[in-house]
Write a protein that binds this ligand. Structure first.
Ligand code: SF4
Length: 443
């Protein structure tokens, strides 16, 4: 039986007032899109309607109240945000049924209100952000979506059918959003899209002005500019195309984090062919070696699918041997599961469930051993760590540059009660296990 993907809730937006309000609306919608929400162009199709109000003049207030009234009459499920949020009592007195009222620039609250009013059904097959990350991210890190859709047609994936071909955001809009996020306290930007390495292929000839200079819509140019804006910039969902070589020097320079999330999914050429994977070429191991020569601290995270239709024991063994060579730092694995509408469902050679389980256990054992050895080698080193949480008894939890939130490991700190969430500190690593590090901050 194929897994059915639940439909994303739809959000309608009415944006009133000045260009600043419009930028806020864009930020709210961008965040909601990156959380997986769909947009509705009309009241009827929306699960919830956001009214971003203006309260600058009495006439603007009246216009805002009228817009809220219209949204309530047409849809009924309304969240109010923007400048009139200051006058929540006025709004509630006139419209007791509004679901939530949040003020101007209370970007996290309004996105949170949407999550409460129309929760996203979790689905590992379509969400770029891990399920745990669907809660609102804390202020010190933010996901930054740079494009929507995908030009590939991987056999197990329904994203192109759901979201269409790749559509890149303008680089200046991305950089403006990044700057606003950093102004609001973000220290770490997590760049996401279905294929970050393909960013800009659709708008390559449309450079945009940013701070007096042209920025070309290309992953390298964008990464360089983002690196100037945020202390930490982390790239997710990158395919090992030759042009990715150009971002590695940015990592060596410390402009962006020496971290690449590359969803390899498999290594055996025949399985990759059947999967119709992009950048499926034999030279990947050589490429990884060269990258590590340039940026020795480069962390590579990846995901793999075991039990894809037609995967033989020899294919699987090829994958295990490849992993021995590739020495990836972080690996997630999935047992193949048909998803309704995916081309792979019709492929011959279904792998029995017990074989999938057995292969899954073997790949997890192999990758845990590689991860443990890599972490052991970090004992005694001084690493930069971002603080996620400060505990009550002098401890704190953070992440090194090698750890993306929710999906990688953590660094557990002692004697760290003086630190605050979002601090980036030097930590001496004292111990390690299979996934996590333990250490003490230097200051
Ligand atoms: S690259 Fe493949 S798996 Fe990723 S979104 Fe595109 S089609 Fe799906």
């Amino acid at each position: 039986m194929a897994t059915k993907i639940p439909e994303a809730p739809r959000v309608g937006m009415v944006s009133l007032g000045c260009p600043k309000n419009l930028v806020d609306s864009e930020r709210i919608l961008t965040k909601l899109r990156s959380d997986g929400y769909a947009m509705s162009p009309d009241y009827a199709g929306a699960d919830v309607v956001l009214v971003n109000t203006c309260g600058f003049l009495d006439s603007a207030k009246e216009e805002s109240l009228e817009a809220i009234g219209e949204a309530i009459a047409e849809n009924g499920r309304v969240i109010v945000t923007g400048c009139m949020g200051k006058e929540a009592e006025v709004i509630r007195a006139r419209f007791p049924n509004v679901l939530a009222v949040t003020g101007a620039h209370q970007y996290e609250e309004v996105v949170g209100a949407v999550h409460d009013a129309a929760p996203m059904p979790p689905s590992p097959f379509v969400n770029l952000v891990p399920d745990a990350g669907l809660k609102l991210t804390p202020r010190h890190y933010s996901y930054l979506k740079i494009s929507e859709g995908c030009n590939h047609r991987c056999a197990f994936c329904i994203i192109p059918a759901l979201r269409g071909d790749l559509v890149s955001r303008r680089p200046d809009a991305i950089l403006r959003e990044a700057e606003k996020l950093v102004e609001a306290g973000t220290k770490e930007l997590l760049v996401i899209s279905q294929d970050t390495s393909a960013y800009g292929v659709d708008i390559r000839k449309e450079p945009r002005m940013w701070k007096g200079q042209e920025v070309i819509p290309h992953m390298t140019d964008l990464a360089r500019e983002l690196g100037k804006i945020a202390p930490w910039v982390r790239l997710h969902y990158v395919y090992p195309y030759p042009h990715v070589d150009q971002v590695i020097p940015l990592m060596a320079e410390g402009l962006i984090l020496p971290y690449l999330d590359i969803p390899f999914q498999h290594a055996s050429p025949s399985v990759l062919r059947a999967m119709k994977r992009p950048a499926n070429e034999a030279k990947v191991l050589e490429r990884l070696k060269k990258w590590r020569e340039i940026a020795p601290d480069l962390t590579i995270r990846s995901t793999f699918v075991v039990g894809f239709p037609g995967e033989t024991e020899a294919d699987f063994q090829y994958l295990l041997d490849w992993l021995d060579e590739a020495q990836l730092d972080r690996v997630g694995a999935f047992r193949f599961e048909p998803v309704e509408g995916a081309a792979a469902n019709d492929l011959p050679g279904a792998v029995p469930e017990e074989v999938k389980e057995e292969r899954y256990a073997r790949i997890m054992e192999k990758t845990a051993a590689i991860s443990a050895a890599k972490l052991q080698a970090k004992i005694g080193r001084m690493l930069e760590v971002i603080i996620d949480e400060v505990g009550e008894e002098g401890g704190a939890t953070g992440r090194s540059q090698a750890d993306a939130p929710e999906i990688d490991g953590e660094v557990f700190l002692r004697d760290a009660g003086h630190l605050s969430q979002g601090d980036i500190v030097q930590v001496e690593i004292e111990d390690a296990d299979e996934h996590d590090l333990y250490g003490v901050p230097l200051a």
